[in-house]
Design a protein. Structure first.
Length: 344
């Protein structure tokens, strides 16, 4: 739908600008687009049939020469297969190469976490080209919810700086766009929007944040909370990138074949040391590190004493000896396993 002047509806134009800007910005550095935002490889759009992803797919079709769409069917609701097929058919009619992908939702962490894992795995598999970016419909409102979750869980600055616009292969063009805009774009284009019933079920944490916590904050603080949280995420993201660059420099000077040199690590500020330790242990395939792990590791790096072991995930311990930190198999792996059972 166009305005009387022949220009696209303002909401449609805003979503298109966001997609064009995202494709021509960060993703261009990975060779996915030309400087003008034209894709050099096909893009994949993840579309549930909701307003955010449907508006995103329509915008991608207007600015990209080749668009593929993956509609992931989690199989969690009656009629989900038919709904996914109908969404794929709709997008095929609009000019996309679209297909539905059924996944199995299982594993630890609850339904939300399991569905996310299954969905992202399916999207990786569905990429039409090894360099294809996967466009996700997360909006400014989703970013605000992510920041609140990070604050409430005390997960540290990495979670509070929210989702990245570009996190290979994921591209989120709509992180500065409101949900109201995507819905208005779908209305202007005459696109049928499917509202997932799960988005109103209070058993899901995000649903309660969306319908209870954020409206209350908006009322108490006089509005503007979601944009303010999104701005906070952007600012912290910039700070985080700067600290990561400094940490990479310290790591390059400290790392050896058999550990980290304390002379290079210890003089750094604590916040920087913890980033170095996290990066180094991730490089050694240590995952699931918590703030408690990193603070214990930092205490060992800064003050010792030698020969002390700090337990970290994966049945390993961090040891200080002969002027360096190193990882070795834990002498008491059963203690870590018992701790994991208690946390569950």
């Amino acid at each position: 739908m166009s305005t009387p002047s022949g220009k696209p509806h303002p909401a449609v134009a805003e979503v298109r600008r966001a997609v064009r800007s995202a494709l021509g910005g960060r993703a261009a550095h990975a060779g996915h687009t030309t400087p003008t935002g034209r894709a050099t490889v096909p893009v994949l759009v993840a579309c549930s049939g909701g307003a955010d992803s449907l508006a995103l797919a329509a915008a991608a079709l207007s600015v990209c020469p080749e668009v593929h769409v993956a509609v992931v069917d989690h199989g969690l609701q009656d009629g989900s297969a038919a709904r996914a097929a109908a969404t794929a058919e709709l997008l095929t009619g609009l000019g996309a190469t679209a297909a539905a992908h059924r996944v199995e939702v299982s594993g630890p962490g609850g339904i939300e976490a399991a569905a996310r894992r299954a969905r992202y795995a399916a999207l990786r598999t569905a990429r039409p080209h090894p360099q294809s970016p996967v466009l996700l419909g997360h909006t400014l409102d989703d970013q605000a919810e992510t920041v609140l979750l990070g604050l409430g869980r005390g997960s540290g600055p990495r979670s509070i700086h929210g989702m990245r616009t570009w996190d290979d292969p994921w591209l989120r063009p709509l992180l500065r766009t409101r949900r109201a805009t995507t819905r208005a774009a779908c209305t202007a284009l005459g696109l049928p929007v499917w509202d997932d019933p799960h988005n109103t079920e209070p058993r899901f944490t995000r649903v309660r944040l969306r319908h209870e916590v954020l409206p209350l904050l908006e009322d108490v603080l006089g509005g503007g909370v979601a944009p303010a949280l999104a701005r906070t995420a952007a600012q912290l993201h910039e700070d985080g990138e700067a600290l990561d660059t400094l940490a990479a420099d310290v790591l390059a000077r400290a790392v050896t074949d058999d550990g980290l040199l304390l002379d290079a690590l210890a003089p750094a500020p604590a916040a920087l040391r913890r980033r170095v330790l996290r990066s180094w242990m991730h490089g050694a395939s240590v995952t699931g590190l918590t703030d408690a792990h990193l603070r214990a590791a930092d205490e060992l790096a800064a003050r010792g004493p030698d020969r002390t072991g700090v337990a970290v995930p994966g049945g390993l311990e961090l040891v200080r000896a002969r002027g360096r930190l190193s990882l070795r198999p834990s002498r008491f792996p059963h203690i870590q396993e018992d701790a994991r059972r208690v946390r569950r």
